[in-house]
Ligand binder design. Sequence first.
Ligand SMILES: [Fe+2]
Length: 307
Amino acid sequence: MSMRLRRIDFGVRDVEAQAHFLREAFALVQEEDGAGGARFSAPGSVEPAVATLRPAPVDRVDAVAFAVESPDQVDRMHAHLADLDAGVVGGPGPTPEGGYGFELFDPEGHLLSIAAGTPTRTPPGPRRGNGVPMDLSHVVFNSGDIDGLSRWYCAALGFRITDWLEDKLVFMTTSRYHHQIALAASSDPGLNHVAFECADIDDFMRATGRTMRMGHEVLWGPGRHGPGDNAFAYFRSPAGFICEFTTELKVVDSPDWVASTWQSVPEQSDLWGTSNPRPNDAFRGVPDPGLGILPGSPEELELLVAR
Ligand SMILES: [Fe+2]
C-alpha cells in the first residue's frame, strides 16, 4: 500500500513573516488564500498546495497530509486503525477539500490527514535553473521513542523502515523513495524539519545560494547524507521551523532492499565533507504546543491563555 505525501500545514502567529520566508527564500509559489492564511504550491506537484499557513495563537504543525488511491482504501485504513485503537479523530467522510478521508493523531500527537479524491492539478512542470523546489520531499518528526513510534507507523499506516542512523534516526516510506517520514530521537516531540525537493543538484545549489545571499544562515549543509543519499541544506524559518532543500533522494523500490544501520559520524552524515558540524541543539527542536490538539479547536485557544 502506497501513500503519497501531499502537504504540510502550519499554524503560525505571524503569517506574513513565515509566508515571506517560504515565498522569497524557499521560492514556493504563493497562491490565493481567502482566510487570512497563505497557501504555497510547487511546480512539480499535482497538489494545489504543498504547504499552508493558518493564523494561530501558537506556532505549531497543524497536520501532514497523505493521499491514498481510493475511497475503499480510506475505508480499509480507517477500519484497520479502529481495530488498533489508534487516535482516529472521526470519519471517514467528506473532507473540506472535496475528498474523502479522515484524520488521526499518531501516539505522540502529530496530526495526520489521510484522504482520497482530493482535487489535483496538472503540474506546471520543471523550471530548472531558478532554484525553485519542485515538490514536498519528506517530513521528519522529533520523537521521544523512535523505536516504538516507528513500529506504530509500520503497523498502523503501512510504512516500511528503509534505514537507521544508529538509534538516533529511523527512515520510513510507503513509496519508492527512501523516506517520506523519518523520526529523530529527541526529548521534545514536534517537527524536526520539512524538506522540499529540487529538480537536480544545480537547482539545489542555486536554491541554497539564493537563501544564503538573502542573509539566512545555513544551519547545516550544504552536503550529501549517507542514508538516503540526498543532498541537504537546512535553514530556520521565522516561526522556528527548520526547512531543508534536498535533491536526488534515493529510490528504494527493489524488493531486495534491506535496511542498514549507518553510523552517526561526519563521514556518513556528510559524504562530501562540505558541511559544518551538525548543530544538534538546533535539531532537538522546540516542543510543539499543538501536539494532540486539533487546529482551531477550543483547546488550542486555551494554549493562548496558558502562555
Ligand atoms: Fe531531511
